[in-house]
Write a protein that binds this ligand. Sequence first.
Ligand code: HEC
Length: 276
Amino acid sequence: MRKSFPAVRVLIILTSAFFAARTLAVEPDLEFRLGGKFAAKVSLVDLQDKIKSHRVRFFNVLMNKEKTYEAFSLKDVLNFAYQTNWVSDQYSDIALIALDGYEAVSSLGKLQEDGGLLAFRDLDINNGWEPIGDKKVDPAPFFLIWTGKNQTPKAAYPWPWQVVALDLLRFEDQYPAIVPKGAPIDSSAYRGFELFRTRCLLCHAMDQNGGKIGPDLNAPQSIAAYRSKHMIKEFIKNPSKYRYSQMPDNPDLSDLNLEDLYHYFRFQMERKAKEH
Ligand code: HEC
C-alpha cells in the first residue's frame, strides 16, 4: 500500500496537469481595462464562481429567432470587475473589444439598464455556438445580448459578439474628436453620435480619432461636404449595392436613424469650420 502511494500521486499530478491544460484550452478569459490600460483578466470558471448565471430564452433580433443562452447579467459583471467605479462620474462609457480588435462603445447609462446579458454558452446546440452575421462567425467567447423589446442595435444598444475585453473609459478623453460638443442630448445630431459610436466608430474615425478600416468621415473633408445627403443615407443603408468593401449593410436602420447620422456629420463639419 505504502509503496504504491508515490505512483498514485504521480498519476494524480499527471491527470490534474492534463485537466489544467484542457481547461486552459477550452475556458476563455475576459479582460478588464480601465482607460485603455490592463486591469485584470478573469477566466470563465472564476466568473462562474463569483457571479450567478442565468438561462435566458428570448427573441434574438440579430438572428431573427428564439435563442437560449447561459449568461451573466452585464451589471453583475461590471459590479464584480469595477465595483462602484463604473457608476461614478469619473467614467462615461464602456468599450466592448472583440477578438479582431474592433471596439463598440456604449454609454454607461444604457449599460445600467436591465436586460443586458453577457452570454457565454449557446444552449440550443450541444457543442459550440450557432454562427451569426453575414459571415457566419462563431460568437464565442462572449456575446452581449439584450432582452428588452426596444434594446435593439438600431436604438444604439451594442450587440458585439466575440467579446474578449471590456474597457471602462471617459469617452471625451479617448475620443475627443467624436463628441458633438454643444449638441443637446435630445437633438438629432446627438442621437446620430450615439449610433455612430456603437456601430460605426469601430471602423471610422472623425479627425483621425477612431477606427481605421473605413475612411475618416470628417477629415481632411467632411463626407457631408462632398456627397449629397441622399447618397450618404443610401450608402450607409446598403453599401453592398454600390461597392464591394468591408462595410456591412445596415438594413435595420430607419430613415430617422439615417437622418440622425447625417445631422451628426453636418454638426461635426460645422463645428470644425467654427473652430478654424
Ligand atoms: C466593418 C467596418 C465598417 C463599419 C462597421 C462601418 N463602415 Fe462605413 N465604410 C467602411 C469601409 C471599408 C468603407 C469604404 C468603402 C469604399 O471604399 O467603398 C466605408 C465607407 C463609408 C462611407 C463613405 C462612402 C463614400 O461615399 O465614400 C460612409 C458615409 C460610411 N462608411 C458610413 C458608415 C456609418 C454611418 C456606419 C455605421 C452605421 C459605418 N459606416 C459602419 C467600413 C465600415
